[in-house]
Structures are given as structure tokens and as C-alpha cells.
Design a protein around this ligand. Structure first.
Ligand SMILES: [Zn+2]
Length: 431
């Protein structure tokens, strides 16, 4: 397949963060030419981008895709009560069918709002993988580990199932397996040791919730004598394969530990604010320490969307407000978190995260011909502060258009919405 993108305004996100006016030629999965001069060649698709902005596909490094089914189901609760009284009882009723429906809804939403890669953590990841593969989105699937077992597997079979899962997906092109111990308050030392062993054996990404609330830090310290970062470090899990979600309650010493071992961060400002976790991930200090910071929406139950443009805006705003300093986090840094830094966190920056010749064609196109995007003084400012996910009109992953000028080519949008509505009603009415 080949695609010619013409007359494009391109935020490349390359090393020099160049902005270009020009044309992009995609052949198969790769960007083969970027030129200021017109490219005259026959292609399967030609997209005229007059009044449109091109940027790399966005990368969401923390979510739980099937939780789209619980969007808006129970809001305005503290985390412990929310999990114990509301979320976990419903999750215990999930099966492959509901996971498939919720995953289709989640992937549809991501494609519609410009996300081309996501890192998930959930149960039934094989089902999420099949949905993602069929639609053609790039996915890292975190097989969830919890001491008490999951709705899919008992605690006795979790480890062997996890290893089998990693083996099944490790050679796939777009879909990669990851290991996701839920958190140190739900995963004891034995499980953490096993996590290390499997990730080491198969060289997979590791993903966990860490220091999300003050109560979590307090309880972990009381139980193990160590704060969550030190507890993870004790089992070798603060390393360059680890992506830590949240980190709202961490210290300067913990920033040093993260830096020393090269672990990465998935910052989830909207989820933290919605849960009212009170902690502010020390993102400016992390940047000063050269820690790779990326962005996550978290699940749709605690956000309530998977719109990475919203997450970028909240990220920029929360730190300015917290530090009384509008200069603390410029919009270019925030755009980096959602693109090239996300790719670095997942160790795929040699393939994606920027628009450059030789990279995979993960590209999104934004329609700028809108009242809220006029006038156009600064495109990076627009991306972070003004663009909405619904302004994305084309999403290309690995050289294949999945949404082209607001039409889904590989998805039956209405059926996905109808199925999800029905499935969500059935799930919640079972309680
Ligand atoms: Zn989460």
C-alpha cells in the first residue's frame, strides 16, 4: 500500500523539532520521502492536507482499554472505595465477550482521537490483542498479575499463563507482550520475583501502578518497611524496562533511584485529579534528572475519555497551577511526552514517535479549519491547548489508514457503539 500526503504542515518531532511545509510519501509501513517539492507518483491514496496539520501518532502509556464499558458508571469516589465497592465487583463479571466489546470501543476511541500506540494493563489480554491486531493499532499488552488472581486466572495458574502469553505474542509485529504486576499493595514479594524472572527471560516491558495515593505509600511502608519504589527496587524491578504509572507521591531520593536505574514514568494527570489523589508527580524535577516522562489517560472509568489531547492540556496546566509558574512546563515538552518520549518509554523510538524518513508511518492529520483553531500563531500551542481529539480526521498506523478523512475503513463504528451500550447495561445490571 502507498499513500501520498500533499501540501502538509508537518510537526516532525525530529531531533531538531522541525516544522516543515511539504509532502510525505508512505510505501508499505514506512515513510520513504519527505519533500518540500511536489512528489509525482501513483499511490493508492492521495490526501490533500490544505489547512491541516500532520503530527506523529500519539502514544498512551497507561490505560485499561476494556474499562471503556465503565465510563461514567461510578464517579466522585475515593480510590479504595471506588475499587472495592464499584470497579472490582463489576470486573469479576467480565468475560471474553465483554472484553472484546469494550476493547473494540476503546480502540475505536483511540483511533478517532489520534492515538496510534497504547500500553495496556488488564485481564483477557489475548482478547485485547486479537481486537488490536485485527484493527491494526500498535499495542503493548500488560498481562495483569495480582496475588489474589484475576477474573481470568486463579493465583496458582497466573505465572504459567503469563509466560505462555508472552511466548504467544513476542514475535508479533504490532502487538507486544508486557508484564503488569498491578501494584506493590496487590502483589507480594513472590509475584514480584516472578515478574522480574519472566521480564528478564523475554526482555519485555514491565508496567505497574506506583505511589498513586498517600495511603498506598503509607500501607506499603507499614507492611514491608519500604516505600513502593524501594520495594520494587529490592526485587530488581526499577530498571530500564519498567514504566511506572502515576508516581504522585514520590520523594527526591526516589527520583534519584528512578534516574539511577533508568525506569520510565507514565504521568496520568486527569486520573490523578479525578481520584483526588492529592499528589503531584514531580515532573519538572524528573525532566531535570533526564527521566523519560510519557503520558497516560488511565482507564476510561477514571478519566473519562481516552483523548490524549485532553491529557496533554491537563498535564501542562496542573504543574503551572501547582508551582505558581506558567514557565515550568512549556507546550513543546508536553507534546514530546505524548510522542517521542512515549516511544522512548516503550523502547520503540527508533521506529515511531516522530515523522522521519525510514520510520514507520504512524501519522495523524488534524483539521485546522475550525473556529477554535483560528488564527494559527503557534501550532505546538494549538496541539496542547486548543486541539481536541475530535479534530483528528485521519489516523494512519504502520502505513495503513484506519480512519481516513473521518471515515473508519476497518471498523463498523455504529455496531461497536450499539454493542458497547448493551454490554455495559447488562454488566452493571447483574450487580
Ligand atoms: Zn491504572
Amino acid at each position: 500500500m502507498s499513500i501520498l500526503i500533499k501540501n502538509a504542515k508537518i510537526l516532525t518531532q525530529n531531533l531538531k523539532r522541525e516544522f516543515l511545509n511539504g509532502n510525505i510519501l508512505i510505501e508499505d509501513d514506512e515513510i520513504v520521502e519527505i519533500s518540500k517539492k511536489s512528489i509525482n507518483t501513483e499511490t493508492d491514496y492521495k490526501i490533500d492536507c490544505k489547512n491541516k496539520l500532520i503530527l506523529p501518532g500519539l502514544i498512551n502509556t497507561h490505560t485499561h482499554i476494556p474499562m471503556t464499558l465503565l465510563r461514567g458508571y461510578s464517579d466522585d469516589m475515593i480510590l479504595d472505595k471506588w475499587l472495592n465497592d464499584s470497579i472490582w465487583p463489576i470486573e469479576s463479571k467480565l468475560d471474553k465477550n465483554s472484553i472484546e466489546i469494550g476493547s473494540k470501543l476503546g480502540v475505536l476511541e483511540m483511533i478517532a482521537s489520534g492515538t496510534t500506540t497504547f500500553l495496556d494493563m488488564y485481564f483477557f489480554e489475548d482478547t485485547i490483542g486479537k481486537v488490536s491486531k485485527k484493527i491494526g493499532i500498535r499495542a503493548f499488552l500488560g498481562f495483569a498479575l495480582i496475588d489474589n488472581g484475576t477474573p481470568e486466572y486463579s493465583s496458582n495458574e497466573l505465572i504459567i499463563k503469563c509466560e505462555n502469553f508472552v511466548r504467544r505474542w513476542k514475535n508479533n509485529d504490532l502487538i507486544k507482550p508486557a508484564i503488569a504486576p498491578h501494584a506493590v499493595y496487590t502483589c507480594g514479594p513472590e509475584l514480584l520475583k516472578k515478574t522480574y524472572d519472566i521480564s528478564n527471560k523475554y526482555n519485555t516491558i514491565i508496567h505497574t501502578h506506583c505511589s498513586e495515593t498517600r495511603n498506598e505509600v503509607y500501607e506499603v511502608k507499614k507492611k514491608y518497611g519500604l516505600r513502593p519504589i524501594k520495594q520494587l527496587e529490592k526485587y530488581g524491578l526499577i530498571n530500564d524496562k519498567m514504566i511506572l504509572a502515576h508516581c504522585g507521591w514520590i520523594t527526591k531520593n526516589e527520583i534519584q533511584d528512578i534516574t539511577k536505574h533508568g525506569a520510565k514514568i507514565s504521568h496520568c494527570p486527569i486520573s490523578n485529579m479525578k481520584i483526588g489523589s492529592g499528589g503531584y508527580a514531580p515532573i519538572p524535577e524528573m525532566i531535570d534528572s533526564n527521566i523519560v516522562v510519557s503520558l497516560g489517560t488511565d482507564g476510561a472509568a477514571s478519566n473519562n475519555t481516552l483523548d490524549m489531547f485532553e491529557t496533554m492540556k491537563f498535564c501542562a496546566l496542573i504543574h503551572k497551577q501547582h508551582r505558581w509558574d506558567p514557565e515550568i512546563l512549556p507546550s513543546q515538552s508536553v507534546l514530546d511526552f505524548a510522542t517521542i518520549q512515549g516511544a522512548k518509554a516503550l523502547k520503540i523510538d527508533q521506529y515511531v514517535g516522530s515523522i522521519e524518513v525510514g520510520k514507520k508511518a504512524d501519522i495523524i492529520i488534524i483539521d485546522l479549519n475550525k473556529p477554535h483553531l483560528t488564527p494559527k500563531h503557534d501550532y505546538v500551542s494549538h496541539i496542547v491547548y486548543a486541539v481536541k481529539g475530535s479534530d483528528v480526521d485521519t489516523t494512519i498506523v504502520n502505513g495503513k489508514p484506519i480512519m481516513l478523512e473521518n471515515k473508519f475503513l476497518r471498523l463498523d463504528e455504529q455496531k461497536i457503539l450499539d454493542d458497547a451500550e448493551l454490554c455495559a447495561k447488562n454488566l452493571t445490571s447483574k450487580l
